[in-house]
Every structure is written in structure tokens, then in C-alpha cells.
Design a protein around this ligand. Sequence first.
Ligand code: FMN
Length: 262
Amino acid sequence: MNETIEIINKRRSVRAWEKTPITPDHLNTIIHAAMRAPTAGNQMLYSILQVDDQQKKDKLAKTCDNQPMIAKAPLVLIFLADMQRWYDFYGSSGVKELCEKKNLTYRTPKESDLLIASCDALIAAQNAVIAAESLGIGSCYIGDIMENIEIHREMFNLPKWVFPITMLCFGYTKSKNKNPKLTPRFDEKYIHFHDEYKHFKKEDFDEMFKIPIEEFNNMKKKPEDAENFGQRFYLFKTGADFSVEMERSVKKAIKDWNEAKS
Ligand SMILES: Cc1cc2nc3c(=O)[nH]c(=O)nc-3n(C[C@H](O)[C@H](O)[C@H](O)COP(=O)(O)O)c2cc1C
């Protein structure tokens, strides 16, 4: 075991931090670790938007599915999938005119570009998480930044070829939380396949979800709307209001992204 693997293996999401601001040195290390991440064609199809304004943090705490911890995070970074910078550059380089002259189609960003830019942004984000962890700075992803696209566009002046794919909240981990219990993972056999995809049957799922199924079955007061753990989980996550809002917001963002003109 080396130090890097130890840091990866002991990390868990931290949602309450010391109030102390992140030092400029540590911030610099986190941003530069993010920027050392590999990116498709080394194009760096992402931007990092640091939210310094407390009023904006307060608003994010509401627009990201009401998570008050966001307002208390000493450092908030939004990772933007960003094709805008390249298209601004292409615009300033006369690429459209070249395409017209050569009778080529001037390709504008589509879903494929959004996905590859999102890969770049997320890989950079995870570098930031691991770098922060090594400095005693705990973090938590906020996927709900994908919701309420209209509000977030206005708050941060985001153009159509920029999409907030994830947000990270950081702060120094409280000393009492330095060695927390790790969040469990599924057994490797459900995650790591060889050569082809594998479907699972009810008996496999009974084993895979053994602990939460037992917890559900042992609940004194069962929820009225769910007969088993699977039904309860669906209602709580996949079918919940925040997922419905994320679906709406992402659909709108993709539509605008595909239809935007340079
Ligand atoms: C893409 C993504 C989005 C997430 N969004 C949230 C969120 O909105 N709020 C939150 O409290 N945690 C969020 N998390 C943290 C997960 O809940 C957490 O990573 C997961 O439960 C595993 O726990 P661990 O990170 O402690 O190992 C998110 C994580 C990821 C990777």
C-alpha cells in the first residue's frame, strides 16, 4: 500500500467542515491538481467556476435540492463542461468562413461534445477531490447543480455551450471526523465484469442488497407506500422530485446546446 492508495481508500464524502477558509496555497494545489487531469485531445473542455459570493452560495443551497451545507462550505467549485471557449476561438479564427469557402459543414457542439466535455470536467473534479483529501480537506459532490438550468445560467452568466456537470463543496475536515467509517460498496462481482455485460437475478439482488433489505424488513414502522427495499429506494431516489427536475433541466440544457448558433 502506498500513500496515494491509502488516500483513495480512506476518502469519504464530508458534509460538515471547519469554518476556516482554505489557505491560498491549498487552493492553488487543488486547482492545479484538477488542471493536471488528462483531457480529450488535451483540449481541456471544462472550466472551474469558484463561487465566492455568499449570496450565491445561499441560493445554490436552495436551487440544488435544498442542501443547506452548500451555504456553509468554505470552498465551492462548479465544474463546467465547456465547448464555448473553443467555439469562441474558432469564431475568432475565421473557421466558419473557411468551412463556407471549402464547402464543409461547420459543426457546432452536439450531445457527443457535451459527453466528452463532461468526461474532462468530471475527471478534473476527481483529481481535485483526491488532492484535497491529501491536504486534510474533505469534499462532497453535488449532482443537483444539473437542476434549475435557467436559474444557474442567469446566476453565473453561463452560455449555451457550457453545462454545469458537477459541483464540489470543500472544507477542512473536522478532527472528530478524520477517521470516519467508510461508506459501504457492493461486492466486486456485481461491478467488475470480464468480456461481457452481466444481468442479475432476484437471488443475486437479495445477496447484493442483503444489509439494506434486512434493515427494511426490521423496520418497526414500515413506509406505507413501499413493500420492499427496492420500491422504497426507487421512490426515494430514481422516482423522486429531484430526479424529475434534473430530467427536465438536463433535457432543456441539451436542447439549447444542440440548437445554439455561434
Ligand atoms: C455525481 C455525484 C453526485 C452527488 N451528489 C450529492 C449531493 O447532491 N448531495 C450529497 O450530499 N452527496 C452527493 N454525492 C455524494 C454521494 O452521496 C457519495 O459519494 C456516496 O454516498 C458514497 O459515499 P462516499 O463518497 O462517502 O464514499 C454525490 C456523489 C457523486 C459522485
